[in-house]
Design a binder for this molecule. Structure first.
Ligand code: F6P
Length: 343
């Protein structure tokens, strides 16, 4: 019997997932492998929910956003008999290998299943947040930065016309990559990231100093995971299956604080899931395809417990272990460098 690989996508979706799926599938189909798409991330492995993929199913999907095999934030380690079911279904599906495409959570599960259950798994780093270690960039980040920059471009004109302050909330969880790169690229006058706690007065000062200089409007980019120096929590704090807080609401909270300080012409804007939607940039299409080709090669070479990664301009492989060991956050020195552009 021929060999069989499963592909799954877990966690928040991300532009470029379909590019990875296409490249993994076509690389392995070229060697005679059968390919199945495990649906809804780890939920599909727990429930045995999958679909056979043929060349015609994947041949043009790298240009499209989202994931053709669906995703979910499911943690088998938090479900009754979850891990047992994953292992059983691995057998039932007749898999020789599994390619897990995901971020910290999905790959954390992949790493555990590989180490503790001996499952032959290869990882591919995905997340718009760019917060995975052991790779320079995750695919999806570039597209999201472009969406943020374009959104800010649009906010400049309306903010200026009304001489307003716009507080723009940007995704990224506990890492400030999206806020910093999207914010600076889109001409934000100040950027707040989770790595550097802030105060409301510091933000109000920026607006007032700009006004004194004759600047009639201000755009402040705030990471959804930003933290007040006083330690007060401004975000919602609901937890998901991986124990992460579901962030959101900081821009609105800052708007209220501005109003308390007499700043009336303030609006908050939450870019939200628009940042993850739509077609991938050409860069992310190519990065996704390169990661997928690498993952296919790792499967062919039986290099399991490994993850495709970008080092400089080369796609290499690293231990899954290293990718999930710690969150990759923005170095404070990089933020400080950009600060000369703020205000
Ligand atoms: O990890 C990607 C991400 O978009 C984060 O930036 C954000 O906090 C989170 O997912 C939102 O998750 P959900 O789609 O479950 O609301």
């Amino acid at each position: 019997m021929g060999k069989r690989v499963g592909i799954l996508t877990g966690g928040g979706d991300c532009p470029g997932l379909n590019a990875v799926i296409r490249a993994v599938a076509e690389r392995l189909m070229a060697e005679g492998w059968e390919v199945i798409g495990v649906r809804r991330g780890w939920a599909g492995m727990i429930e045995g929910d999958y679909v056979e993929l043929k060349r015609e199913d994947v041949s043009d999907i790298h240009r499209t956003g989202g994931t053709i095999i669906f995703t979910s934030r499911t943690n088998p380690y938090k479900k009754e008999d979850g891990v047992k079911k994953v292992v059983e279904n691995f057998e039932k599906m007749g898999l020789d290998a599994l390619v897990a495409i995901g971020g910290e959570d999905t790959l954390g599960v992949a790493n555990k299943l590989s180490n503790e259950e001996g499952l032959p798994i290869v990882g591919v780093p995905k997340t718009i947040d760019n917060d995975l270690s052991a790779t320079d960039i995750t695919f999806g980040f570039d597209t999201a930065v472009n969406i943020i920059a374009e959104s800010l471009d649009r906010l400049h004109t309306t903010a200026r016309s009304h001489q307003r302050t716009m507080i723009v909330e940007i995704m990224g969880r506990h890492a400030g990559w999206l806020a910093l790169y999207g914010g600076v690229a889109g001409g934000a006058h100040y950027v707040v990231i989770p790595e550097v706690p802030f105060t409301i007065d510091e933000l109000v000062d920026v607006v007032r100093r700009r006004r004194e200089r004759g600047e009639v409007y201000t755009i402040i980019a705030v990471a959804e995971g930003a933290r007040l120096a006083e330690g007060e929590v401004l975000q919602d704090t609901e937890l998901d299956e991986f124990g992460h807080v579901r962030l959101g609401g900081i821009a609105k909270a800052i708007e209220k604080e501005f109003k308390k300080r007499g700043e009336k012409e303030v609006r908050s804007v939450i870019l939200g899931h628009v940042q993850r939607g739509g077609a991938p940039s050409a860069f992310d299409r190519m990065l996704g395809l390169r990661y997928g080709l690498k993952a296919g090669e790792l499967v062919l070479a039986s290099k399991f417990g490994r993850m495709a990664a970008l080092h400089g301009s080369d796609v290499v492989d690293v231990a899954l272990e290293d990718a999930v060991a710690e969150l990759k956050t923005v170095p404070i020195s990089q933020y400080e460098d950009f600060k000369v552009l703020f205000g």
